[in-house]
Design a protein around this ligand. Structure first.
Ligand SMILES: NC(=O)c1ccc[n+]([C@@H]2O[C@H](COP(=O)([O-])OP(=O)(O)OC[C@H]3O[C@@H](n4cnc5c(N)ncnc54)[C@H](OP(=O)(O)O)[C@@H]3O)[C@@H](O)[C@H]2O)c1
Length: 324
């Protein structure tokens, strides 16, 4: 099979690129799936750089998302896998085939094509989990504006689209001043450009948002918590800007702000199936194709560099064995 492989180069460095592997190297237990599309996520970019927190063994095939059909039973219908150990513990969706435990598979619901399912991918599931956390915290469109940080990224773009689809007034926070039209096109009511200078070191800022979805972490998460209003809720799902965040307990004890952690990797299967049904139905973003960019695996190096530089917007779909 063809696969984008990351391996040691024998001189202490790494080499990555498209190469030939034997399907019999997929030795983990499970069913064999023929991959049609994958997608490029932040975690895949880190895996392609050999991040030791993600890649435990070399050679490695990244790709935490995969959609396609069962190799032995294509008529059973299209399926997808996101997270669990795909692209981390076992070879991932940047290969023609993956072998995964059957209980990792989610049938792609009617309303989504295989391609749509990978425009969404882990980013869509994460955005959906984040939106669901805000809804379960009692937020509704009447509560006020909701902030999305890292708004032009994969999770950020989809969070903007989902919240706008559900009637929320969305404020998109981005470091890219040129992305205003893009974000308004996704449904953002307002676009705020992230300040490069640190905000004044106050414990709390003026209450501006009823809630937030934070994909950036670090200083940005601390900034977000200071600006959420009384009884507000924040879904923390990312760390593109850093894993540690400075802050105080004041948003929690003076404004009753609630902070929800979001994990798409191990989240229960029933929750995934429910959210994928919503993503295919009442939550389905109208113009998914507006945020997609398609790459072949031979062009992944360029796409990975752009993602790590934070230059990219939206979702990068990876064409594997696409037939549609
Ligand atoms: N919790 C989960 O289960 C889960 C699942 C998926 C992803 N994630 C995490 O969520 C984050 C976003 O993932 P993604 O796939 O959407 O990545 P992505 O497409 O690369 O988007 C990240 C966005 O964050 C902003 N950004 C990047 N570097 C930054 C920096 N140094 N400081 C501030 N902002 C920065 C940029 O948006 P602007 O230029 O618009 O500001 C960028 O487009 C990552 O940390 C990823 O690991 C978590």
């Amino acid at each position: 099979m063809d696969a984008y492989v990351v391996d040691r180069d024998g001189r202490g460095g790494l080499v990555a690129g498209l190469g030939r592997r034997d399907v019999r190297e997929l030795t983990s237990p499970g069913v064999l799936m023929r991959v049609q599309y994958s997608s490029l996520n932040y975690k895949d970019a880190l895996a392609a750089r050999g991040d030791p927190g993600i890649v435990k063994r070399f050679p490695h095939v990244p790709g935490i998302d995969a959609a396609g059909v069962l190799a032995d039973d294509p008529a059973a219908g299209p399926v997808l896998v996101t997270g669990y150990g795909l692209g981390t513990e076992v070879w991932g969706g940047f290969g023609d085939y993956v072998r995964v435990p059957e209980d990792w598979l989610v049938p792609i619901p009617d309303g989504l094509s295989v391609r749509d399912s990978m425009i969404l991918g882990t980013a869509g599931l994460t955005a959906a989990l984040s939106v669901d956390a805000l809804l379960q915290a009692g937020l509704d469109p009447a509560a006020g504006e909701v902030l999305v940080t890292g708004a032009t990224g994969g999770v950020g773009s989809l969070a903007v689209m989902l919240l706008a689809r559900l009637g929320f007034s969305v404020v998109a926070l981005t470091r890219k001043p040129a992305a205003e039209a893009y974000l308004q096109g996704l449904g953002a009511a307002r676009v705020q450009v992230a300040r490069s200078a640190p905000a004044p070191a106050k414990a709390l800022h003026k209450a501006q948002w009823a809630g937030a979805i934070d994909t950036v972490g670090g200083e940005t998460l601390a900034f977000v918590l200071k600006g959420v209003g009384y009884g507000g809720a924040v879904a923390a799902c990312g760390m593109a800007g850093g894993a540690d965040f400075p802050g105080s307990v004041y948003p929690f004890i003076l404004r009753g702000v609630r902070l929800f952690g979001i994990d798409s990797v191990q989240c229960p299967h029933a929750v995934r199936e429910d959210l994928w049904r919503r993503l295919a139905g009442p939550w389905r973003p109208a113009r998914l194709a507006d945020i997609e960019r398609v790459v072949d695996r031979r062009d992944l190096d360029t796409a990975i560099a752009a993602l790590l530089d934070g230059e990219r917007t939206g979702r990068t779909l990876v064409r594997v064995g696409a037939v549609c």
